[in-house]
Design a protein around this ligand. Structure first.
Ligand code: APR
Length: 173
């Protein structure tokens, strides 16, 4: 059975009214393209200012900042792995992005979160593989954290929405 706390929506993560949205960042935490660029544009310059004080973040780890002009109270920045064929620990590093994010949610007592599809844009992680890893980690974290109320997966495009739909169906079958 799929967990009722997981929702898949099509849309723009910057519009999500949740405790924290997750940013598919890079290790510099200085902004970038894709969802990172969209989040920085919507949050305003305060976000980059705070990010500059953090001194970067290793791949698979996560850092939390305030949300500034976003409807979300916090942003959790996590750099995914650059896909290099699967032989350099990409699966475990992607799983670690989700684990690190849930650890921060727990530490800050946050109950609602929205994720983009980490790694599957500019970093080219194969979408079917990434969506299975994402859902496995999300479900595991929900089982361990009854206080999490809602996890929204925000698919920006049809391809991403379809891949997560398939992965959700695999899980519930
Ligand atoms: N809302 C939700 N999802 C979005 C949005 C948005 N506003 N904009 C883009 N996306 C989607 C992409 O379509 C893709 O499905 O986020 C997913 C992740 O893609 P990227 O943003 O390219 O992230 P990633 O593959 O992890 O690459 C990270 O991109 O910009 C840089 O600084 C970032 O260098 C890092 C790299």
């Amino acid at each position: 059975m799929s967990d009722r706390r997981i929702q898949l929506v099509k849309g723009d993560i910057t519009q999500q009214r949740v405790d924290a949205i997750v940013n598919a960042a890079n290790t510099s935490l200085r902004g970038g393209g894709g969802v990172d660029g969209a989040i920085h544009r919507a949050a305003g310059p305060g976000l980059l200012e705070e990010c500059r004080t953090l001194g970067g973040c290793p791949t698979g780890d996560a850092r939390i900042t305030k949300g500034y002009d976003l409807p979300a109270r916090y942003v959790i920045h996590t750099p995914g792995p650059v896909w290099q064929g699967g032989g350099v620990n990409e699966d475990a590093l992607l799983a670690s992005c989700y684990q690190s994010t849930f650890a921060l949610l727990h530490d800050h007592n946050l109950k609602t979160v929205a994720f983009p599809s980490i790694g599957t844009g500019i970093y080219r992680f194969p979408i079917d593989r990434a969506s299975r890893i994402a859902l496995r980690e999300i479900r595991r974290a929900l089982n361990e954290n009854p206080s999490i109320e809602r996890v929204v997966i925000v698919a920006f495009d049809e391809r991403t929405f379809d891949a997560y739909t398939r992965a959700l169906m695999e899980e519930s079958s």
